[in-house]
Design a binder for this molecule. Sequence first.
Ligand SMILES: C[S@@+](CC[C@H](N)C(=O)[O-])C[C@H]1O[C@@H](n2cnc3c(N)ncnc32)[C@H](O)[C@@H]1O
Length: 244
Amino acid sequence: MSKDSKFGLVVETADGSLSVKDPTIDEEYHSDGGALFEARALFIEASGYIGRLDRCFDTAILDVGLGLGYNALLSIEYWLAAEDPSHQTLVSLEKNSDLVAALASGDGPWMEGWSQDWLDLASKLEKKDANDDKVLWKATITHRNGKVLSWTVIVGDALDANLNDFSFDIVFQDAFSPQKNSRMWQSDWFQKVFDRAKEGCCLVTYSVARPVKDNLEQAGWQYQKIPAAGKKRSWLKAYKSSKS
Ligand SMILES: C[S@@+](CC[C@H](N)C(=O)[O-])C[C@H]1O[C@@H](n2cnc3c(N)ncnc32)[C@H](O)[C@@H]1O
């Protein structure tokens, strides 16, 4: 199935979830292995997020490239399903304001077939104008144990985002491919994230390209290749560690 939309061609991925092919850079938002599959296997499982939930740790996630919302919403779904999780912070960065508005209003053509739970979570996002002319969207979600997940979407170029109020345990690096969007894979970007990462912070991504590894290393990250699930052979996991 594929159909045109104002966001680009909507395509069905291998697991049945819908993605979009961005017309300006001619690349899909997800691998053809599946939008949901990639969100679960790489960003939720390989990042160690489930272990943090099991150990009831406070967790702050930086979601680089909110896109169609799969990684963000799946992380919230896991947090809500956890038995007794701690507080959570989720910061999503997205330059395309139309995507965020569509997600919040439930109008995104890729949202066809989404559960009512996901639609309800996305609809909690409310637009706020920040002091510095930046647009923010915010949602607060409460667990049945009373703990709170605070979700902030910062609209604009991630390289300009003010992240000074945050420090992160996990980074979902999901900003299109280095070939098509190289700015988001340079050492100055990885340095910016490193500066806001806690000791032990884990960054996960699908690119194992040599320049990506070099740029991560230059910014202070220690990386390792990990076996990928699905069609790709490897993914990348990087840590902030003061131990050599
Ligand atoms: C591969 S898609 C992300 C898919 C998404 N994580 C999901 O779960 O659906 C990449 C996203 O990064 C955004 N992006 C790319 N460069 C950016 C930048 N410099 N600043 C902010 N967002 C950016 C794009 O607009 C796009 O929505």
